[in-house]
Design a protein around this ligand. Structure first.
Ligand SMILES: Cc1ncc(COP(=O)(O)O)c(C=O)c1O
Length: 422
């Protein structure tokens, strides 16, 4: 079902597409992950109070309140706020004693792998389930060697991993489990909030996430001992003014970030409601396009709906994901090919493991067909309608579009010859 939109920027024919010379549908660029911002006044009040207090960082009152609020929301015992999720992953990895090899998906943001490699732990890339886009438990066991010490699952797009299967494998092989829950704040699995699974879970509150603290992240765990260790490690290992008992680093969250987090928490439901509305609109408007499939969420669970991800089957649409991406960029819609080309095809992993792709057929196929489009509070219903119409026009007239692009290219490459003949 398509929206019957009339007006500026509605592209009903390919001749109107910017890639063929039409004017872009949007004057300003639309981005994936444009920040959601809570009540500005509340945020500024908090920042003012912070300046009056002159307590800017080092476990300030906002950080303490933010940690309690996140732990309460998730229903977990401990939340340790950090400066970002990459550092939180690094500290969690270290505190869990991971060494040797750790199994991770390649279909993730590169920080998941980097957090291991940074500490000279080898990320062993495991294939995913093409339906869930998460680690395929059937493949995990094949990747275990005597050097394996752990598994890092990623709840991609906020959709939980197969938590029971992973727990069972980990128990059988005596492995620790960490979840990269960068996408999954506010999501649940069988009624239990993400943040309660594995040995620990890591959230990202980066500006592009649906809930942000400018930059930020957190480790959440129900393990008291681990929480104590992580808390010390994120503060150089200090237990007292002059006493250090672990190697540590500076992973602290500052007070401005925590003020932003506390303010955004007050708008959390509103942001999720907007994301859900946007998701439903995309779902409705793209439903009947053959070869185009929207990644769906289990609405019986809590979801944050922060990613609108589509899979494009070129064999059916006749249009590749990359062409559709270019069409959208020309219209000032900066769609993203998350997480192309997969960590295993990025450095240093590409050089270390040049043949990793042989064991990652589903990952290799998926990175070629996924695309994320803008959502969040910065995107309105009219804009989504226009984006969907651009996609519909492109896919419906894909063959014709490709022919026209080819003839344009041909005309351009022959332009000097033609000019010489005239
Ligand atoms: C899956 C995943 N892991 C880790 C990160 C790193 O998060 P941060 O930017 O907070 O360091 C991201 C961030 O964008 C991510 O998408």
């Amino acid at each position: 079902m398509s929206t019957n939109l009339n007006g500026k920027g509605i592209k009903n024919s390919i001749a109107e597409l910017a890639i063929l010379g039409g004017s872009p549908a949007f004057d300003k660029t639309l981005h994936v992950g444009r920040p959601n911002i809570g009540n500005r006044q509340r945020f500024l009040e908090r920042v003012n109070d912070m300046l009056d207090r002159r307590w800017l960082t080092n476990n300030g009152p906002y950080v303490q309140e933010f940690e309690r609020s996140v732990a309460d929301l998730v229903g977990a015992k401990h939340c340790i706020a950090m400066c970002n999720a990459t550092v939180a992953l690094e500290i969690a990895i270290r505190s869990l004693g991971f060494t040797g090899e750790v199994i991770v998906p390649s279909m993730t943001f590169v920080a998941t792998a980097h957090a291991l490699q940074w500490q000279e732990i080898t990320p062993v890339f495991c294939d995913i389930d093409p339906v869930t886009h998460n680690l395929d438990p059937r493949r995990i066991e094949q990747m275990i060697t005597p050097r394996t010490t752990g598994i890092i699952g990623v709840h991609l797009w906020g959709r939980p991993c197969d938590l029971e299967a992973i727990a069972e494998i980990a128990q059988r092989h005596n492995l620790k489990v960490l979840y990269d829950a960068a996408h999954a704040f506010g999501c649940s699995y069988r009624g239990r909030m993400i943040g309660n699974f594995g040995d620990a879970e890591v959230f990202s509150f980066h500006a592009t996430k649906f809930f942000n603290t400018l930059e930020g992240g957190a480790v959440v765990t129900n393990n008291d001992e681990l929480a104590t260790k992580i808390r010390l490690m994120k503060n150089f290992g200090f237990v007292d003014y002059d006493e250090v008992i672990y190697i540590g680093m500076n992973g602290k969250m500052n007070e401005v970030s925590a003020a932003m987090g506390l303010t955004s928490l007050e708008s959390l439901e509103e942001i999720v409601a907007i994301n859900r509305r946007n998701y439903r609109q995309y779902q409705q408007e793209l439903a009947d396009i053959p070869g185009l499939k929207l990644v769906t969420y289990d609405e019986s669970e809590q979801c944050n709906y922060q990613y609108i991800v589509m899979e494009i089957d070129e064999d059916v649409t006749g249009v590749s994901r990359d062409l559709l991406n270019k069409v959208l960029h020309a219209e000032n819609v900066i769609a993203r090919r998350y997480f192309y080309p997969g960590c295993h095809r990025m450095e240093p992993y590409r050089s270390y493991f040049p043949h990793a792709g042989l064991l990652l057929p589903e990952t290799e196929a998926l990175v070629g067909r996924v695309m994320s489009v803008p959502t969040g509070t910065a995107v309105g219903s009219d804009e989504i309608g226009k984006i969907c119409q651009i996609i519909r026009t492109t896919v419906t007239h894909g063959v014709e579009l490709q022919q026209q692009l080819l003839s344009q290219k041909f005309a351009l490459s022959n332009a000097p010859v033609m000019a010489a003949k005239l």
